[in-house]
Design a protein around this ligand. Structure first.
Ligand code: PXP
Length: 237
C-alpha cells in the first residue's frame, strides 16, 4: 500500500499568522501519526514562513513513523538534515520568491551538485529522493546521482484531472516506468486531494509514498483531522 505522509507546513502557516502557538504544530505531528498517517513531511524554507527550522528539530524526537524533510539543499538545510538524520530527505529546487514548489530538478544540469549532496546524505544513512517533473530523461539522470527515489511533481496531473484524467496520468505512467527501469523508488506529491488521489495511486505502479499538505489541511476544516486522514488513507487502499 502507498504510504501517506502528511505535510504539516500549512498548520505552521496558520500558527505563524498570529505569532503564538495555535495551532500547536508539534501536537499536530503527533496526532497525524495517531490518526494513521505513515509519515510526517516538513518543508522548511529559508524565510521560515511555514515550518521553522526550530520546529524541525523539535518534531524529530516525536516522530514514530517516517520523517521526511523537503527543501532546497542550501548549506543551512544540508547542515540541519545531517544533524537531524530523518528517514528521508527530498531535494526540491525551490527558489526564495516562490509561493510553493513549482518545478522539478533539471537532473542533467545539476547532476554533479546533486550527486555530491546525495552522497553526503547517504553516507549518513538518510534515504534520498529528488523532486522531478514526469520526464523520463530527468528520471534516468536522477538515477545517476545515486538517489534512492524520485518524487513526481503532480501539479500538472491535478490540474488536468477534472477534464481528462487519462491524458493527465499518461506522462506519469511513462515516468514511473522509467523509474522502475533504472531502479528508483517512486514518491509523488503536490496538489493531490480527495478527488484525484485514488486514480493516481491505482494507476501508478509501485507508488511508495505520497506527501499531501494543502488539500488535507483544508479538508480537515470540514471533516476534522482524524476523519480527514482516514478518508485519504481509504483512497490509497
Ligand atoms: N512535495 C513537495 C516537494 C512540496 O513542495 C509540497 C508543498 O510543500 C508538497 C509535496 C505537498 O503539496 P500540497 O501541499 O499541494 O499537498
Amino acid at each position: 500500500m502507498t504510504k501517506l505522509s502528511v505535510n504539516i507546513n500549512k498548520i505552521a502557516t496558520i500558527r505563524n499568522a498570529r505569532g503564538g502557538n495555535m495551532p500547536d504544530v508539534l501536537k499536530a505531528a503527533i496526532d497525524c501519526e495517531l490518526f494513521g498517517a505513515q509519515g510526517i513531511t516538513v518543508h522548511p524554507r529559508p524565510d521560515e514562513r511555514h515550518v521553522r527550522y526550530s520546529d524541525v528539530y523539535e518534531i524529530r524526537p516525536l516522530i514514530r513513523t517516517e520523517f521526511n524533510i523537503e527543501g532546497n539543499p542550501i548549506p543551512q538545510f544540508i547542515e540541519m538534515v545531517l544533524r537531524i538524520k530523518p528517514q528521508q530527505v527530498t531535494l526540491v529546487p525551490d527558489s526564495h520568491d516562490v509561493l510553493t514548489s513549482n518545478a522539478g530538478w533539471d537532473t542533467i544540469a545539476n547532476k554533479d551538485f546533486l550527486k555530491e549532496v546525495i552522497t553526503r546524505f547517504k553516507r549518513n544513512g538518510i534515504r534520498t529522493s529528488i523532486f522531478v517533473d514526469p520526464v523520463p530523461e530527468m528520471i534516468i539522470h536522477a538515477a545517476l546521482t545515486g538517489a534512492d527515489r524520485v518524487e513526481l511533481y503532480t501539479e500538472a496531473y491535478a490540474r488536468m484531472y477534472p477534464t481528462d484524467r487519462e491524458t493527465a496520468i499518461a506522462p506519469y505512467l511513462d515516468a514511473a516506468n522509467a523509474a522502475i527501469e533504472v531502479g528508483l523508488g517512486i514518491n509523488a506529491g503536490h496538489d493531490l486531494d480527495l478527488n484525484n488521489l485514488w486514480y493516481f495511486s491505482r494507476s501508478i505502479p509501485g507508488l511508495l509514498e505520497v506527501s499531501i499538505g494543502h488539500a488535507l489541511v483544508s479538508d480537515a476544516l470540514y471533516f476534522g483531522l482524524e476523519k480527514t486522514i482516514k478518508l485519504y488513507l481509504q483512497q490509497l487502499k
